[in-house]
Structure formats: structure tokens, C-alpha cells
Design a protein. Structure first.
Length: 340
């Protein structure tokens, strides 16, 4: 929970079906493992920074982080930071993810965020009728990136460009200036009182990661205000980008599935903290934009590489349509572990 790797005190690490020595990413990774291994056709995950798209990217499945508020958060724990939590479907295909979205979206009368009714169209059965304007976010804004991951994103760009979609590499200066994982830290502290209430008197029984979370110091008032202001600036920057682009594309995770239990990773010859895993996904939790992860390639060490597609708020139809195009271009072998 609230971590970039699952390690349950009862069952141990969640293993990646592609290679059991590797992790799957975030706290919805059990669902991703079950789907990738053929144990389940469809599932649901919660994503506060990476936990739907990350496990999908590292297991070769598809996952959708819908526009914030489109799927109710009723029953989600911890409820804070509710401004960043997303609930999303996970499956082996874009069509199944779209079906899951259609079944679960819309208000439930309990979650104040989920006030917009679901749109009638599923948006996944047609190829876009016009060339889409696709912005390819420069890899360098997310810090060090594995050359094979960067190549996979470039290759997807080349494939979709052949279908007359307009591909343009863009630089978002605000992403070069800030690290969204740092901005989000000011909001994560909102969950600490809930965790304390559950663990009261039994703090010693918490796993190491739970203890780290409950000991998180409260941010200063100035830090929270700065985080709110930066988030609004980020939202405005994306609003400007979607005036001239239909889709944004970037990596999901800047490297392939790492080994279990690492506090830092080696990426393109640079050592980075494990939180770097969320560098390319966190901006869309902060802003509430819909983002989808889909398999794009297989690395030289036989692990899946995902690509992340992002659309404007509430434009899930264009997002799912474009994902359908990518899915049709990528070999099915990139979406199923060899042992399944």
C-alpha cells in the first residue's frame, strides 16, 4: 500500500509472471499479476501515483487511469489524498478495459467527486476518423531513462506516424523544472492520520514500509501551499498543450521490472531512488488527467515495456481509440508471459 512494490507480511513479495525474480511496480500489482498469468480476465486497481499503470506496464497488460472523479472512490482506503486517488480497470486488452470502465464509471451517490454521468459511447470499437495530433513528451524531462524504454516509445511513434497521425516531440518546461513526486509528498501526509488510527497501539506490527509511512513528518503550511500552486500551474500547462494536441505519449516507467527489494536502481548508468519509478506517472495523478498504459515492446532481458498515452480531461474516447491503434500494431506476444 502506498508503495512502489508489494511485500505482504503473510505471503511475501508479489512476483512478476514474466520473471519471478522481478517485481511488478505498485500496490495494485497482485491484480496485474493475476491478469497477466491468465488467472483473471479483468480487474480493478487504485492509483495514487503509479499503482495501476505501473504494474500494467511491467506485466504487458492494459490499464486505464480515468479522469479523476469518473469512477467512485467509495470504500477506497486510505481515503486521502482523495484529490490524487484514481480507480481504474485492468485487463489484457483495450476492449476489456473499456468494458470495465463502462460498467464502473459514473456517480454512486456516495462519492462527491463522482458527480458526472458516464458517457454512452465506449469509444473503443472504431479507428479515429481523422489523423490525431500526438505530442511525444521528451524523455529527458523524466530523468534518466533506459535506452530500450526510450527506443520503444520512439518505435511506437514511428508506427503510428505511418498511419498519418501527426507526431511532434514537445518539451514541457514545467516538467523539467519540477519533480512531481516531490510535489505529491506534501499531499501524501494527509493519509497518515488514517493509518495511525488503524495501527494505534500496534505500530510495532507494521511492516517496514508501513512504519516509514506513519512516521512521515507533517509538511509545513508553506510546503502545502506551494504544492497546490505548482499543481495548478501544471494543470494549466497541460490545458495549453491539449489546445494543439489530442494525445500525449511518454514512458510509463523509465526502466523495466526491477529485482525485488531494491531501494535504488541503476538506470542508464545513473543511480536513482526507487521513487523515480513514479516520475512519468505522477503528473497525471496530480492533474486528474486520464492516462492509459499499454504494452509496446519486449526488452533484451525478456521483460515487457509499456507506453503511456494521455488525453484531455473526460476525453476517454480518443484515448481508447488511440490505444486500440497501438494494440493492433504490437505483436500479441508482447502481452502474454511466455510461460502462460
Amino acid at each position: 500500500m502506498l508503495w512502489w512494490e508489494t511485500d505482504n507480511a503473510l505471503t511475501g513479495h508479489t512476483n512478476n509472471p514474466w520473471d519471478l525474480a522481478h517485481t511488478l511496480g505498485g500496490s495494485s500489482d497482485g491484480e496485474a499479476a493475476a491478469i497477466a498469468a491468465g488467472m483473471s480476465p479483468i480487474g480493478i486497481g487504485t492509483d495514487v501515483g503509479i499503482s495501476v499503470r505501473g504494474p500494467a506496464s511491467l506485466t504487458g497488460i492494459v490499464a486505464l487511469n480515468p479522469t479523476h472523479g469518473r469512477m467512485p472512490l467509495t470504500g477506497n482506503y486510505p481515503s486521502s489524498p482523495d484529490r490524487m486517488w484514481h480507480v481504474g480497470p485492468m485487463a489484457c486488452s483495450v476492449a476489456d478495459v473499456a468494458l470495465g470502465y463502462a460498467l464502473m464509471t459514473g456517480p454512486d451517490g456516495k462519492d462527491g467527486y463522482a458527480t458526472a454521468a458516464a458517457s454512452a459511447g465506449l469509444g473503443y470499437t472504431r479507428i479515429p476518423e481523422r489523423p490525431l495530433r500526438v505530442g511525444w513528451i521528451t524523455d529527458s524531462v523524466f530523468g534518466p531513462i533506459d535506452p530500450e524504454v526510450a527506443a520503444a516509445v520512439r518505435d511506437v511513434a514511428a508506427l503510428t506516424e505511418r498511419l498519418d497521425h501527426q507526431i511532434e516531440e514537445i518539451r514541457l518546461k514545467i516538467l523539467e523544472r519540477i519533480d512531481c513526486t516531490t510535489v505529491a509528498a506534501a499531499f501524501f501526509a494527509e493519509s497518515v492520520p488514517e493509518l495511525h488510527a488503524v495501527a494505534a497501539g500496534r505500530e510495532s506490527e507494521l511492516p517496514a514500509r508501513g512504519r516509514v509511512t506513519t512516521r512521515r513528518p507533517a509538511p509545513s503550511f508553506e510546503a502545502v501551499i506551494a504544492a497546490v500552486q505548482t499543481t495548478e500551474q501544471l494543470r494549466s500547462a497541460f490545458a495549453g498543450v491539449f489546445v494543439s494536441h489530442d494525445i500525449l505519449r511518454c514512458p510509463v516507467i523509465p526502466f523495466t521490472a526491477p529485482h525485488h527489494g531494491l531501494a535504488e536502481y541503476e538506470v542508464a548508468g545513473t543511480t536513482v531512488e526507487a521513487a523515480q519509478m513514479m516520475r512519468a506517472t505522477m503528473p497525471f495523478n496530480l492533474t486528474g488527467l486520464p492516462a492509459l498504459a499499454i504494452s509496446a515492446a519486449i526488452s533484451s532481458d525478456h521483460l515487457p515495456i509499456g507506453v503511456q498515452c494521455v488525453a484531455a480531461w473526460h476525453d476517454k474516447a480518443t484515448l481508447l481509440d488511440f490505444a486500440t491503434v497501438i494494440e493492433a500494431l504490437i505483436p500479441a506476444s508482447h502481452r502474454r508471459p511466455p510461460l502462460v
